[in-house]
Design a protein around this ligand. Structure first.
Ligand SMILES: Nc1ncnc2c1ncn2[C@@H]1O[C@H](COP(=O)(O)OP(=O)(O)OP(=O)(O)O)[C@@H](O)[C@H]1O
Length: 568
């Protein structure tokens, strides 16, 4: 419930006015509907009695009333849809930003996977019903219901109770209670569907290994189990839905029957007139309309509650982070020295310490190649220097300034990170490049491509910079992708270059091209290059060997220093 309130508060802060207008228009729609039914009943009864010669009946006023209410209802409904959908879509857009901002600002080094992002997007979409189908109808039903109760109560209190008790019981109380109780089933269904997706993906990727290990059948059965759990939860939800529908139907019909019964008694006692009796009975049809919108929302209550519970913590973090927007790093900062001072670090409390009291300095403008056995923490050092992870103790700084945020020091200097998996995006080559420098002219992009050794690739592409790339930069070879990523990094003009296995997975020709591009790109900046290939150390001044104790076990000259020494 608290989670739903957090999300509701978010909605109200963003669009209270529009949502209130939508709710007001919904009240108007419901009132016009009730008026339409009541006046129709009045007209039918009055005309019938006049036809029998029992009374003199003026049909003009009710006819005008019917037209007024019918047109009013259509206009109010249209305007209500416009106002509340507009408000909801605006708030959902802001909610998406808050959720992803919250995700970015959440502690912990783990980055969310695609499946989790998909689930969060689904959760945000699920919340579109929170105001349209739940909060607004609930408020409108209460307001319009209270007004109806007072109006009918003025005629006769027993009549008012006879109409409203069954309608509110079947149309409001039962749906809300059952809807809230459906939360557990909604959660189970979502968890089971997640399990189906995960297990299917695993099965698909590992089917050869599973078949060879004779475990294929077992894994297929596990998918089946999860699917069965999803189906069971779905069936329970469907059962609840059927009960909610039946309760709404019975409540509505009950209201009409009760209006007829109690009204007939009042008519016989001479407490109400004939036309008023018929107006009340037909007006009772409006009770079904009154609770109808809410019933649809109650069916979604379980899914909405689950989505709210998952998103509320992220939204709260995102809201807090909103005031502290990180400015983009300043490009073109001069080379600066990188300091690790007495750094302690472990990735998680239940993981072993990777670094204990680690200290080291990469002087300004110097390039260090970092080598050492697998798992000693070379990439971890890069993550700390890039600001992707924070030391548990000690300090990492660039030119004396601490690391403020990923890719940026406290003085605003840019920190560039190039890894094997540096991400390219769906879009044109120019779009990918401008991620680092949105204002850059085409000439700047081309210059960066030349330095990175990507220009020959670009020349072969008829559309050049406008060439479209698929997901993850598909459409380019591995080596080409890495050179494009390098060009993008050049545009950010980092003061510190952090490079992780730059030539890993490339053939000798592609590796040499990437290395030449990297050499030119780093220029006189400071660089820390993690590698296990001796060729990569050719562009470094010094080679540090990181030992299994997480300390620098040895230092020897790199290719640049050797070449420099040779020339001297
Ligand atoms: N994001 C992470 N979350 C948890 N543990 C991690 C994470 N990244 C690395 N580790 C762990 O930290 C230790 C050091 O990993 P790191 O990648 O820094 O080593 P490395 O020296 O770069 O190894 P390699 O040469 O194999 O890439 C490993 O035991 C690894 O399992």
């Amino acid at each position: 419930m608290r989670a739903i309130l957090v999300i509701l508060r978010f909605f109200l802060r963003r669009a209270a006015g529009r949502l209130a207008l939508g709710t007001l228009l919904l009240v108007a729609t419901l009132a016009a509907g009730a008026g339409l039914f009541a006046v129709s009943g009045w007209l039918i009864a009055g005309s019938a009695l006049a036809g029998l010669g029992l009374i003199v009946f003026d049909t003009f006023r009710p006819s005008a009333g019917i037209r007024f209410f019918a047109v009013g209802r259509t206009v109010a409904r249209y305007a209500e849809r416009l106002a509340s959908h507009d408000a909801t879509l605006r708030v959902l857009a802001a909610l998406r930003v808050a959720v992803f901002r919250g995700l970015a600002a959440s502690p912990g080094p783990a980055q969310p996977g695609g499946r989790m992002l998909g689930r969060l997007s689904g959760d945000v979409d699920a919340l579109d019903g929170l105001t349209i189908r739940l909060a607004a109808p609930a408020v409108a039903t209460l307001v319009a219901g209270a007004a109806g109760l007072v109006l009918l109560g003025a005629v006769s209190v027993p009549l008012a109770l006879a109409v409203f008790v069954p309608a509110l019981l079947g149309g409001l109380l039962v749906p809300v209670v059952l809807g809230l109780r459906a939360t557990r089933d909604a959660r189970r269904k979502l968890a089971a569907l997640d399990a189906v997706r995960l297990r299917l993906a695993d099965l698909d990727r590992g089917r050869t290994d599973l078949a060879l290990a004779g475990r294929l059948g077992e894994k297929v059965a596990a998918v089946g189990d999860a699917a069965t759990r999803a189906a069971v939860a779905e069936r329970r939800l469907a059962r609840r839905e059927a009960v909610i529908r039946a309760a709404g139907l019975l409540g509505g019909q009950g209201a009409i029957a009760a209006a007829a019964l109690v009204g007939a008694g009042l008519l016989a006692a001479g407490a109400i007139s004939g036309p008023l009796f018929v107006a009340v009975v037909i007006g009772a049809f409006a009770a079904i309309e009154l609770v109808g919108p809410l019933r649809a929302g109650a069916l979604d209550l379980g899914r909405t509650a689950v989505a709210a519970r998952r998103l509320a913590p992220l939204v709260e973090v995102g809201e807090r982070a909103a005031g502290t927007v990180t400015p983009a790093p300043a490009a073109g900062t001069a080379a600066a020295s990188l300091h690790f001072e007495n750094v302690d670090f472990r990735w998680a409390d239940d993981r072993p310490a990777i670094l204990e009291n680690f200290s080291g300095v990469v002087p300004a403008g110097r390039r260090i190649a970092l080598v050492g056995p697998s798992g000693v923490g070379k990439s971890t050092l890069l993550a700390l220097a890039a600001g992707l992870a924070r030391p548990d103790a000690g300090r990492v700084s660039l030119g004396g300034a601490g690391i403020a945020a990923p890719g940026r020091s406290e003085s605003g200097a840019a920190i560039g990170l190039l890894t094997q998996s540096t991400r390219l995006f769906r879009g044109t080559i120019a779009d990918n490049l401008r991620l680092a420098a949105p204002e850059a002219a085409d000439d700047d992009l081309l210059a960066a491509c030349r330095t990175a050794g990507f220009a020959p690739v670009l020349e072969r592409l008829p559309a050049g910079l406008a060439t479209g790339l698929g997901d993850g930069g598909s459409g380019l070879s591995g080596g080409e992708r890495r050179r494009l990523a390098l060009a993008r990094l050049i545009l950010a003009r980092p003061a510190l270059w952090l490079v992780d296995e730059p030539t890993e997975g490339l053939d000798a020709v592609a590796a040499a091209a990437v290395l030449a591009g990297l050499d030119a790109a780093i220029g006189s900046a400071t660089a820390l290059i993690v590698t296990h290939r001796p060729e990569d150390a050719a562009i470094a001044d010094e080679i540090w060997t990181l030992g299994t104790d997480g300390r620098v076990a040895g230092v020897r000259p790199g290719g640049r220093e050797l070449a420099g020494a040779g020339r001297r």
